[in-house]
Every structure is written in structure tokens, then in C-alpha cells.
Design a protein around this ligand. Structure first.
Ligand code: 39S
Ligand code: ZN
Length: 791
């Protein structure tokens, strides 16, 4: 193996080793997204896709090497999702996908990720035809801890067997080695992997599969060691959750086995997104070489770990925030970690990012639209590499060696704290004046319901959609042309009006009951409003992967938030002018606006959320005044914002619910407030959902075959509810029969006059060819339910 790169600088400046746990992989210009979508649509072949992927990996290794990162990860790359990669690696592929052993093809891989087109034949278990790979549903998708990244949920069965089915991790290690980079391969730990999975068999503990899984892991570790790996990074983010004793014992047994099976290989065990807390003793007792701590999220855990950590344990100090974009205050970080170096010596330390940099954009230097002051406050992934390197050198050589860099970092922190741009006294005054009655509707739901029935006169099983309609390439092209100045305001406006009008009329024609305007004017549900609010900044290239090829550009909340003028009223009122049916006004709720943005860290998140809520409350009032009778306030992110530890739940839910109610409570009884949530397990937050007191909630339920409804049933949710019957993450068009079946399931458990009929989520990622037949089927399904209820 050539180590040309690592030996190319004969006298590298001494530094404490630095590490990243993973870096963004979509490409600085979303090259992976482009290649994936071209591959899926048949425009490029497998070779071209894999070539793009390899190019992105090389560029990432090279960039980290150039920044002087000592522990550079490999296998942090993924064509779709790292949890799916793990499932494929260990051969956890449900039988339906037709895998017969041997290497897993890209076709199977993407079938798991996205489902396959074609008809579904009834199968009691999965709803697909055995022996055929058409009409397969995708694996379920859900949020990765408290992030806006989605992973695919592994599916296990009783008697699940595992086998090494993909050598991706070994191949990518060797690929890097051939280029001269000795990397630290990353894999998701066995306990986290099993805990993230689900089983179709009732009352089956996925953790019971551990004994069968561990031999596959040890085989991977052996092979990596044989190919020259000295360190392997194993992620066990479940260490930041509330765990039971059985899970802790499982962790102890897994890492005990690894140490025995591959004694020469150094394991860097990582925790992130929170403190080890009551799992600390377990983590510190494991026979691993290194332990990583998230000191951005949980700085307070350092002292306890230092007091208890064995002397030989390498501590990886995750001090550079992998979840936010603020430039670090490096001298302040050194104040905290220099004593650690003094106490334990620098040869048992690694300076690291707190978690994978997957959650922040690539490179601030690509931002040409941000003003210099604001830009000076920020750091994206590339800048964070430099921050790590400065810290590594400061620890090894003393602060003087990086004097200028530290001074610049401290100055940036100072100017941000002192800037007049971030404070707006009017916002503070208004927030202080909020009264409890501002967060309560005037009358209880039972009374509002009567008023709404009279005002809206909807049929039973009313049909609606969640808001967005296909974001076609024409829509994106028009927006891009407008942004570049090639399409003037009048031309862009006329284009959007035509899209909106066509969509409104089509919904009217096919018989949907509550109409939406289609959201064509919006690039993204958060970014669009962020751009119209004060206190928010937005990026041109700050893409962060959300799932698969899908990305978002989270806006940056840098100052007090307020609304200079109405944001959505013109579009909604225009749509309403085209139909007699009610048009639903669409807003993104305060918790989601917060959760999907990069948020300032100088005041409480709860207070930022309240500021957003007040701005949105004015928008709700303006919509009502413009004659809009139904207003949807989306809160898909409320569940993912839930703290990882139960002890912190109540506080969060209190302010989250209060913020939603502050947004929604200023309206008359007959104005119907909807909310929408997706990707959620609702059990944990069902009381809070009840307390939000929306008149109607739509939720994502189709991939789970209505399982996700259970929480609402147990709770006896009193308001109205639209359980999704159309999986909008898959190109498949659901049949009438399928949707009727799902609705009948819902009817067994909910009152018929409580139920709405709608898709799981918005339709922006779908094509019109899919949406048209699917919604026609959806209306037909609702009609069948109406007849069944009547007859
Ligand atoms: N913020 C956020 N988080 C969320 C969701 C969400 O909707 N928003 N939904 C869930 C996740 N689902 C998602 C579903 C779809 C997309 C999505 O479609 N993203 C788009 C980008 C959205 C966007 O900002 N679009 C812009 C920019 C479009 C673009 O790429 N323009 C081209 C040029 C136009 C062209 O020729 O295509 C360019 O700038 O290069 C626009 O429409 O204006 C994408 O990946 O493609 C993302 C997340 C949960 N988290
Ligand atoms: Zn949704």
C-alpha cells in the first residue's frame, strides 16, 4: 500500500490528532443528486453513477487530508443512506425484494430505498406479489435521532439470519488506501443498528438478534484489519438515549466480543447528539481504544468522564459543532480542553467534530450572496476542518503558534455578540406582552366543529391534499431563471399564476373537497418563509441532505424574527378566487421553522420559536381577513425536535405546543385550523398533539399500514384526523382498493365523521403522471367509503 500522501510532508507541524466522524457526501454542487436522478430516469448508466460517486469520495478525502485531518473517515459515503448500507452489508434484506444471496445489486438497493413501480397483488403481509420485484413498497423512512436527515428503517423478522452481503466498507477502505489515504472506516454499531430497526412480528425484540449479527461484524473488522486498518470508528448514538439494562448489557457483550475477536484493531466508539448520562459507566467499561464525546451538545459531561475514564482510553473531544453553522470561538474551546491535555497528555486525545458533518453545508466560500459581516460569523464543513486543525496545532504547540487564527476567531465571536443587527426591541416588547388567552381558541373543539360544519358544508370523508403539487422542472427552471434575472417579475408571476390556476381547476374537476394552491411559488416550505422574514438569512449553496437525492437549504436565524409584510395571502386569495370550494391557506408552523433552520445560539430556542409564532400569528389573521376559511399550519418537525432524553420532554413540548397555539388561536370558531405531521412515531407526543388542539390533523400512515394511527386511538383523539392513504415517497400509484382497505382499517378504530382522506404528505417530489391517477383513485376511495357509511 502506498502512503504517498501521509508521507509527502516530511515535517508536518506537530498537532494533536484531529478527526471528523463523517463529511457531507451529496457534493458541493449536489453532484450526487444529479447523478442519482439521472440514473433513476435512465439518462445515465450504472458506471457513470459510480464514477461520480467515486469522484466525490476522492474529493472529500483530499480536502480533509489537505486540512491536516489525521483520522479521515471512509464508508461515510453512501449512495442513499448509511443505515440502508448497513442493512445491505449484513444481509438484512426482506425476502420480498428477491435477493438470493451474493452481492446486492444496485437494483435491489434502490428497490429497498424507493420501492418499485408496477401493480401490487394482494399479499397479506406486505401487499406485494411474491416472486416478482414489481410493485414493491420502499422500506419505511424516519428521522435520524433529532435531525432532519431521514434513514431507512431496517426490517427484521423472527429467525432473521445475517451474512456479509456487501463489501462496501472494505472496498472503500481499499479505494482510499490505493490513493494513499489510510482512513478510519465508519460503521453503525450493532446495537444502534438493531435498535433502529423494526420487526413485522409482534412483540419481537430486535435486540434478540444480536448473537446472530455479531459474527458478521467481527468478520468485517477482521477483514479491515487484514487490509491494514488500525482504527475503526463504530457509531453507537443510542448511547445518548435512555437505555434499559438489557441494552447496556448488549453493548458490553458486543464490544467484549470485538476485543476478543480482533484484539489488534483499535475501536473508536462514538456517542453523539447528547450526553452519555446514565450510560457513562457502561461506555467507560468497554474494552475499546477510544471514546468520542459530543461536547457541542453536551459540554457538561466532560468533567464526569475525565474523573472516571481509564488512563489508557483515547478521548475524542467533539468540540466543533457538527449540527450548526456558527463559527467556533476557538480560544473559549481551548480554555476547556487545554486542562484535559495537561491532565491526560496529548497522546491520548483526539480533537473532533461533535458528530458527522453530514448535517451542515459544504463550503462557506461558495456563498456569494451573504454580506461580509454575517459570513464572518459562519463556518460550514470546509471551515470546520480548518477550525479542527487550528485546535490541534494550538494544543500541541501552544496558542502562540496559531495566534492570528485564534484572534480572528475571538473577534468574530465578539462582533456577533455585540452586533445591533441581532436585536429588535419591538419583538421583545411584543413577546413580553403575550397573555395566556392569546394561546387559546375562544371555544372548545366541540363548539367549533358545529360552526365549521355549517360554514364549510363538507361531505363525510372529506378529501384534501397536504399542499404542494409537483415541482416540475419547468417550475424549477422558471424560478432559477427568475433568480438569475433572465425572467422578470411579471413573467415569473404570470407563470406561477398559470400553474396555480391549472392546479386549482384540476382539483375542482376531479372532486377534491378542500383545495390547495399547490405551493409553486415556494422553493421549500421553510426556506420560502425564511426569505420573507426579518432575522433570517439564506444561502445559495448551503445544501444539506435530507434523504436520498433530496436536499434542503436550511435558512440561518441570526437575529430577532419579525414579519415585515404578509407572505402568503396574495397567492392563497388568488387561488380562492378561482373556486367556490374552500381553499386551504398553507403555512409552516413555528416549531418546524425553528427545527429546520440553523438557529442562533445566543438566546433560548424556545424564545426564537415564540418570536416566529408571533410573526405567523399575524399571517393567520391576514389570511382569515382575506376570506380564507381553512388554514393549515404544518408541524412535521415537532416530533423530531423532541429531546433524546425523556427527562427533557415536558419542557420542550410545553413551549412547542404553546408556540403552535400562539400561531393558531387568534381566529374565529368557524375558521378551521389544520396541522400536518409526517415521519413521526406519535406515541411519545400524543398528549402534546391533543394539546395543540388543531381542528384537523393529517398524518403519514400509509407505509406503516395505519400502525401509526394507534397512538391516536389509544388516546381517543377527539378532533378530526386524516390518516395518509397514499405513500408519496414512492412513484407507485396506489389503487382504489388499497386505499379503501386502509380507510376501512381506520374506520374500525375511529368515528367515521372524524376521518379525512388525504395523502401522507405533499406531492412536490412526485410527477404529474403519478399524482393524477393517484388522486383520482383517492377521490374514488372516499366515495366508496361514503356509500358504505350511508348504506
Ligand atoms: N426544509 C425541509 N425539510 C424537510 C422537508 C421539506 O419539505 N423541507 N420535507 C421532509 C423531507 N422531504 C423533502 C422532500 C423534498 C425535498 C426537495 O425536493 N428538495 C429539493 C430542493 C428544494 C429547493 O430548494 N428547490 C429550489 C431549488 C431548485 C433547484 O435545484 N434549482 C436548480 C436549477 C433549476 C433546475 O434546472 O432544476 C439549481 O438551483 O441548480 C427551487 O425549487 O427553487 C431537491 O432536493 O431538489 C427536500 C426534502 C422533511 N424535511
Ligand atoms: Zn409532510
Amino acid at each position: 500500500m502506498s502512503l504517498s500522501h501521509t508521507s509527502s510532508s516530511p515535517n508536518p507541524p506537530p498537532s494533536v490528532p484531529t478527526a471528523t466522524l463523517g463529511v457531507p457526501r451529496i457534493g458541493p454542487r449536489r453532484e450526487l443528486k444529479t447523478a442519482l436522478e439521472a440514473f433513476w430516469s435512465g439518462k445515465i448508466g450504472q458506471e457513470a453513477l459510480l464514477e461520480t460517486a467515486a469522484g466525490l469520495r476522492v474529493a472529500n478525502w483530499a480536502r480533509q487530508h489537505a486540512a491536516g485531518i489525521a483520522h479521515i473517515p471512509s464508508n461515510d459515503f453512501s449512495l442513499y443512506d448509511q443505515v440502508l448500507d448497513t442493512a445491505v452489508t449484513v444481509g438484512a434484506i426482506p425476502a420480498a425484494y428477491g435477493w438470493k444471496g451474493g452481492p446486492v445489486s444496485l437494483e435491489t438497493y434502490f428497490a429497498l430505498a424507493r420501492g418499485t413501480e408496477g401493480d401490487v397483488e394482494a399479499c397479506a403481509v406486505h401487499g406485494h406479489a411474491h416472486g416478482s420485484t414489481s410493485g414493491l413498497p420502499a422500506l419505511e423512512m424516519t428521522k435520524w435521532f433529532d435531525t432532519n436527515y431521514h434513514y431507512l428503517v431496517p426490517e427484521f423478522s423472527r429467525g432473521q439470519e445475517f451474512a456479509l452481503a456487501s463489501t462496501k466498507i472494505i472496498d472503500e477502505f481499499r479505494e482510499a488506501a490505493a490513493l494513499g489515504y489510510r482512513t478510519r472506516p465508519v460503521l453503525i454499531g450493532p446495537v444502534t443498528f438493531l435498535k433502529l430497526g423494526k420487526s413485522r412480528d409482534e412483540a419481537f425484540d430486535t435486540l434478540s438478534l444480536l448473537p446472530g449479527l455479531l459474527p458478521v461484524y467481527t468478520e468485517i473488522l477482521r477483514r479491515l484489519a487484514a487490509h491494514g486498518a488500525d482504527w475503526v470508528q463504530i457509531d453507537e448514538p443510542v448511547l445518548s438515549l435512555d437505555l434499559d439494562d438489557a441494552t447496556r448489557a448488549a453493548i458490553a457483550s458486543a464490544y467484549g466480543m470485538f476485543a476478543r475477536a480482533v484484539p489488534g484493531l483499535k475501536i473508536q466508539l462514538t456517542s453523539y447528539f447528547g450526553a452519555l448520562g446514565d450510560n457513562r459507566a457502561t461506555a467507560l467499561s468497554l474494552p475499546v481504544a477510544g471514546l468520542h464525546l459530543d461536547l457541542a451538545r453536551a459540554p457538561g459531561q466532560l468533567d464526569a468522564v475525565l474523573a472516571e475514564a481509564p488512563a489508557g482510553l483515547v478521548l475524542s473531544l467533539g468540540v466543533i459543532d457538527g449540527r450548526n453553522v456558527w463559527r467556533a470561538n476557538l480560544p473559549a474551546i481551548l480554555d476547556r480542553i487545554e486542562p484535559v491535555a495537561a491532565r491526560r497528555g496529548t497522546d491520548h486525545l483526539i480533537v473532533s467534530a461533535s458528530c458527522s458533518l453530514l448535517h451542515v453545508p459544504y463550503d462557506l466560500t461558495l456563498e456569494t450572496g451573504l454580506d461580509a459581516e454575517l459570513k464572518g460569523w459562519l463556518a460550514f464543513a470546509a471551515q470546520k476542518l480548518d477550525e479542527l486543525s487550528i485546535l490541534g496545532r494550538a494544543l500541541a504547540q501552544g496558542r502562540d503558534a496559531v495566534k492570528d487564527e485564534l484572534a480572528a476567531s475571538a473577534a468574530a465571536a465578539q462582533t456577533r455578540a455585540a452586533s445591533a443587527r441581532i436585536h429588535n426591541p419591538a419583538v421583545a416588547t411584543r413577546l413580553a406582552a403575550v397573555k395566556p388567552e392569546d394561546t387559546r381558541r375562544a371555544h372548545p373543539f366541540s363548539e367549533r366543529r358545529e360552526a365549521q360544519r355549517e360554514a364549510l358544508n363538507l361531505p363525510r370523508f372529506p378529501t384534501t391534499t397536504i399542499g404542494s403539487f409537483p415541482q416540475t422542472s419547468e417550475v424549477r427552471k422558471a424560478r432559477a431563471a427568475h433568480t438569475r434575472g433572465e425572467l422578470d417579475n411579471a413573467g415569473y408571476d404570470a407563470f406561477l399564476r398559470k400553474e396555480t390556476a391549472d392546479t386549482v381547476r384540476w382539483q375542482d374537476e376531479i372532486g377534491l373537497d378542500v383545495i390547495v394552491h399547490g405551493e409553486f411559488e415556494r422553493n421549500d416550505m421553510v426556506q420560502y418563509f425564511g426569505e420573507l422574514l426579518d432575522g433570517y438569512a439564506f444561502t445559495r449553496n448551503g445544501w444539506v441532505q435530507s434523504y436520498g437525492s433530496r436536499c434542503v437549504r436550511p435558512p440561518v436565524i441570526f437575529g430577532d424574527v419579525s414579519r415585515p409584510q404578509p407572505m402568503s395571502v396574495e397567492w392563497i386569495a388568488y387561488a380562492q378566487s378561482l373556486t367556490d370550494k374552500p381553499v386551504k391557506g398553507m403555512l409552516t408552523g413555528p416549531v418546524t421553522m425553528l427545527q429546520w433552520s440553523f438557529v442562533r445560539d445566543d438566546i433560548l430556542r424556545a424564545d426564537v420559536c415564540r418570536q416566529i409564532a408571533l410573526a405567523l400569528r399575524d399571517e393567520v389573521a391576514d389570511l382569515e381577513a382575506a376570506g380564507i376559511r381553512v388554514i393549515q399550519i404544518d408541524e412535521p418537525a415537532i416530533r423530531e425536535g423532541l429531546p433524546l432524553r425523556k427527562a427533557d420532554w415536558k419542557h420542550y413540548l410545553d413551549w412547542a405546543v404553546e408556540s403552535f397555539r400562539l400561531t393558531s388561536s387568534g381566529v374565529r370558531d368557524e375558521t378551521q385550523i389544520h396541522t400536518h405531521m409526517c415521519y413521526s412515531e406519535f406515541n411519545d407526543i400524543i398528549d402534546a398533539i391533543g394539546a395543540m388542539d388543531a381542528d384537523v390533523i393529517s398524518i403519514e400512515t400509509s407505509r406503516s399500514k395505519m400502525e401509526l394511527l394507534d397512538a391516536f386511538i389509544t388516546y381517543r383523539y377527539p378532533n378530526e384526523i386524516g390518516p395518509g392513504v397514499y405513500d408519496i415517497h414512492s412513484p407507485r400509484v396506489p389503487s382504489v382498493a388499497e386505499m379503501v382497505e386502509l380507510l376501512e382499517k381506520a374506520c374500525q378504530r375511529l368515528a367515521a365523521d372524524q376521518i379525512w382522506v388525504n395523502p401522507d404528505c405533499g406531492l412536490k417530489t412526485r410527477k404529474w403522471e403519478e399524482v393524477r391517477p393517484a388522486l383520482i383513485n383517492l377521490v374514488a376511495a372516499a366515495r366508496i367509503l361514503r356509500e358504505e357509511a350511508a348504506g
